[in-house]
Design a protein around this ligand. Sequence first.
Ligand code: SF4
Length: 345
Amino acid sequence: MPIQSLKEARSLGLIDARAETDLAPICSQFSMLVSDHWAKMMDPHDPKDPLRLQMMPDLREMENLPGDSKDPIGDRAHEPVPRLIHRYPDRALLLVTDRCPSLCRFCFRKQSPLHGEEPPFDLEAISAYIAAHREIREVILSGGDPLMLKNSQIDAIFSHLEGLGHVERFRIHTRMPITLPERVDEGFCSLIRRKKPVYIALHIDHPKELSPETLRAIDDLARAGAVLVSQTVLLKGVNADLETLTALCHRLAALRVRPYYLHHPDRALGTAHFRVSIAQGLRLYRALRRRVTPLELPIYVLDLPGGYGKVPLDTPAVCEQSPGHWRLESPLGGVFDYVDPVWEG
Ligand code: SF4
């Protein structure tokens, strides 16, 4: 069973009575949910365990920095149809669910309630919008975690959209093969064997997440013909060090997963303690580039607040004008001043 409360965490020996009391205000603001697979992998005796740090509530979640918000990347500014985000001309992102099997403490999703009705997902309206926008070449299933849907629901989305000639491929953003790998079943593998390519972007932050069950799931996806890429969030205390990132990139490439994005963390409420400064992130990234091959190197990106898109950080389009003050060119056009709230001098 997943862990959904501090009481359950205490009964499993993950926290003591004092922590159960101290963390109660955190959990009343941000939901707690840890899949049983992830719970088994956490080290109850190591407060610095990278798996524990990513899923267990922390007193530091009360601390916010200027600019931290409920909607840190401004998705809702580009939502022409409910649950369809059209931010980049050639891609449509479908928010097929708000649910995840585990809630990561660095993600704005931890603000979501665990129960209750999900807003409706109108496949007909979404399909009509995509049909009318022939510039959309890729449809991305995101959320939440799209693998919270039944296989039949995912199949219905693909079947509805693959007849549109201008849609060249699908992509699924998921953490399920890592947080609940048994979800990757034969039914799911069979539905990604289709004429149009299905890319799967796996969210993996630390080599310790690569359990035997996850390795099996990744292997099944690769054998089913999915094109596998990875997304990693740069997290202080978890993976923001050269040894961990190098090991992760090496392992992923060896598993046929192409490292794709290294995300600078979003400015979500209750996540400041996970953030390094952009300057620190860039130093780390440039050191990483000297340790891995180009095939193993992800692109280090920042999602601009306000919905202005992802900016690759290690490019001439980004420059630090004075300590902590950055000038960034959006891929969607426009130049933005960005004050890094984590700048530490
Ligand atoms: S959307 Fe992804 S990162 Fe966010 S809580 Fe869900 S699984 Fe974690």
